[in-house]
Write a protein that binds this ligand. Structure first.
Ligand SMILES: [Zn+2]
Ligand SMILES: [Zn+2]
Length: 392
């Protein structure tokens, strides 16, 4: 058995900065609550600042700066920079540099700063408190961010900013309310620790539990439950596949408050150029994954060649219809946007008898039918091994 190399030394300053608030949270916070109690004002500020910190990380540090999924007004950038300092997750330039390396080298234990391959504890917390080679600062991949005046300012004044946001603000809230300790403990310490660990879950839990519909070759997973605590970042397999999409939860019902915030800000001009992956490309990616998985299963069942043939036939049919539907959809949208209703026949002379719109609708129905038969076939495959696995 290969012996494990010794762990690098502990970064005592980082451990103290992250660990002491945790100590306060498990000792003084409950003690104060039992003896003096917390009121609605303090809990409301706990929630408000928790949301502020989390969203500054998810919408700001992550989707805006690390992935350039949209553009933001300097006012919004400034707010995110303050929230990021409040979250105490390092300055944005360092954070984004680590995160870009995480995407580039995901699951590479030597190069991914918080590689899930090294276990839950490592990816959740340990990567920050030990001097691992992969976690040393290297800002060569964030030169674009070094030119952002808001981030340069945040990096320069990071220490005073974090003190103001984590101590000054809760103390001011306490002075207004007449209970400095209550506010400091809830809106300060408890909020800080909870928001940090919610974010850490994305590096740990979202790389361990959940589904991988877009890229099964890596550990990132889609998990709606983790999204509840991470303001939408739980759809992590999708995110690792299409990192430039401003959404992580792509369906309207996916719990992704970060995408709703970014979208809502676009209505008042605070955000613009929101990038998103087309539904067509998403579906094609999912289908490819399903097809490959089913092919693997095919090899284990009786009459494998005929099942493979059937699978390939259905897959090709569905992809072909999907391609056709997507082309037609583009034509239709283009025609609509150009408002060519008057010279419609001229632009699409082959569609004299039936309008493009009608064809589009018919194809949509056909596509629905093919999707259903594809799903039915996949379902059949889930039952096949139990019924007809080749046993010796
Ligand atoms: Zn990840
Ligand atoms: Zn990311």
């Amino acid at each position: 058995m290969q012996s494990e190399s010794p762990k690098p030394p502990i970064r005592w300053l980082v451990l103290a900065v992250l660990g002491l608030p945790m100590l306060v949270v498990v000792t003084i916070v409950p003690w104060y609550g039992i003896n003096y109690g917390y009121d609605l004002y303090e809990w409301a500020w706990f929630l408000a600042l928790l949301t502020f910190c989390e969203m500054s990380i998810t919408a700001g540090y992550h989707r805006l700066w690390s992935h350039k999924a949209y553009k933001a007004h300097p006012v919004l950038k400034f707010i995110f920079a303050l929230g990021g300092a409040c979250a105490l997750q390092n300055d944005c330039i360092t954070w984004a540099s680590d995160h870009r390396r995480h995407h580039l080298y995901v699951d590479d234990n030597e190069k991914d700063p918080y590689s899930a391959g090294k276990g839950f504890w490592y990816s959740h917390f340990e990567w920050m408190i030990r001097d691992y080679e992969s976690t040393r600062e290297d800002t060569s991949n964030v030169e674009d961010l070094m030119a952002d005046p808001v981030l340069v300012w945040q990096r320069k004044y990071y220490l005073p900013l974090l003190l103001i946001m984590n101590f000054g603000l809760p103390v001011i809230l306490g002075v207004i309310h007449g209970d400095i300790w209550g506010s400091l403990l809830l809106a300060g310490f408890l909020r800080l620790v909870v928001s940090q660990h919610f974010t850490y879950l994305i590096n740990s839990a979202a790389h361990i539990w959940g589904s991988r519909a877009y890229d099964p070759s890596q550990t990132a997973r889609d998990n709606w439950f983790i999204s509840l605590f991470t303001f939408g970042e739980g759809y992590h397999n999708y995110h690792h596949t299409f990192a430039w999409d401003y959404r992580n939860g792509i369906k309207w019902y996916h719990w992704d408050p970060t995408k709703w915030l970014i979208k809502a800000c676009s209505w008042i001009g605070l955000t613009s150029k929101l990038r998103q992956c087309s539904a067509y490309r998403q579906e094609l990616t999912r289908l490819q994954v399903q097809y490959n998985k089913a092919l693997e299963k095919c090899e284990k069942v009786i009459d494998s060649p005929s099942w493979q043939e059937k699978l390939e036939f259905e897959y090709k049919q569905l992809v072909e219809t999907l391609n056709h539907w997507s082309e037609l959809k583009q034509q239709w949208y283009q025609a609509k946007s150009e408002q060519l209703s008057t010279d419609w026949q001229e632009k699409f002379p082959e569609l004299e008898a039936e309008s493009l719109r009608q064809r589009y609708r018919l194809l949509k129905i056909e596509l629905e039918g093919k999707r259903k038969s594809w799903q039915a076939l996949l379902h059949t495959f889930t039952t096949l091994p139990a019924q007809s696995t080749q046993t010796v």
